[in-house]
Design a protein. Structure first.
Length: 237
């Protein structure tokens, strides 16, 4: 029934909700079929099913206490469905694991980590811990410092800032450049550089392109990067 009627509709749908509910429907249908089968089998064996179900009242309490973790995971699954902290195929970070959401079930959520491994996380852990949804970020903030040597002139410091602004603002994947002569370091004149990579843009490729342009243009204009140095003054006796 699921393969013939439900799966084709799920494939044609543009939303992720039915992709989440499909594996749950499979599990619930299997549980329902097995439950009915067991009850019918017990009844056909000559046992009074009604009396047995009534007698499960006290045992049900003991079972509920033993299954509290399973119940917590079940409620966690409903919370995920209602709050929607993430959707299918979102990239998230949870409990030290970073990856893509591949399945959201009633008991657990499965992540495919960046190295291709599947991690199964109980839903109670999902709801009890912070979830970082990387896919929903409006932009990736990039922050770094550039240190120029102390013999850099005021004009060249202005030139360095201008080069950085032009490189970042002309890149189609970036926005909101913040460039400032931040501080006098121990061995360098420090320029603070902050920019944001737009959501959906290739992060590593954008950083690589910008960094290569910075290196190229700074070398062309002979703007020297600083490195740790010391000057020793030797007094003659």
């Amino acid at each position: 029934m699921i393969e013939k009627y439900v799966v084709p509709r799920v494939k044609d749908s543009e939303t992720d909700l039915d992709d989440i509910l499909l594996p749950i429907m499979r599990k619930l249908l299997n549980i329902t079929i097995w439950t009915i089968t067991i009850i019918v089998g017990i009844d056909n064996a000559g046992y009074n099913v009604t009396t047995m179900i009534t007698g499960l009242g006290i045992g049900g309490l003991v079972f509920a206490l033993a299954a509290k973790d399973a119940v917590a995971n079940l409620f966690g699954g409903f919370i995920i469905f209602s709050d929607k902290p993430f959707n299918m195929n979102d990239r998230i970070m949870l409990n030290g694991h970073e990856g893509y959401v591949r399945e959201i079930g009633l008991r657990s959520t499965k992540l495919e980590t960046l190295d291709g491994r599947i991690v199964t996380i109980p839903n109670s852990n999902v709801t009890d811990n912070p979830v970082l949804n990387i896919s929903k970020e409006k932009g990736r903030k990039i922050k770094f410092h550039l240190g120029l040597t102390y013999d850099t002139s005021v004009a060249n410091m202005e030139l360095a800032k201008e080069i950085l602004v032009n490189i970042i603002t002309k890149n189609e994947h970036t926005r909101d450049a913040v460039i400032a002569f931040e501080s006098f370091g121990d061995f360098s004149l420090n320029i603070l550089c902050i920019y944001w990579i737009k959501s959906g843009s290739p992060i590593m490729d954008t950083q690589d392109s910008i960094n290569m342009q910075i290196l190229k243009q700074f070398n062309e204009h002979k703007l020297n990067f600083a490195f740790p140095t010391q000057t020793l003054m030797i007094e003659k006796q």
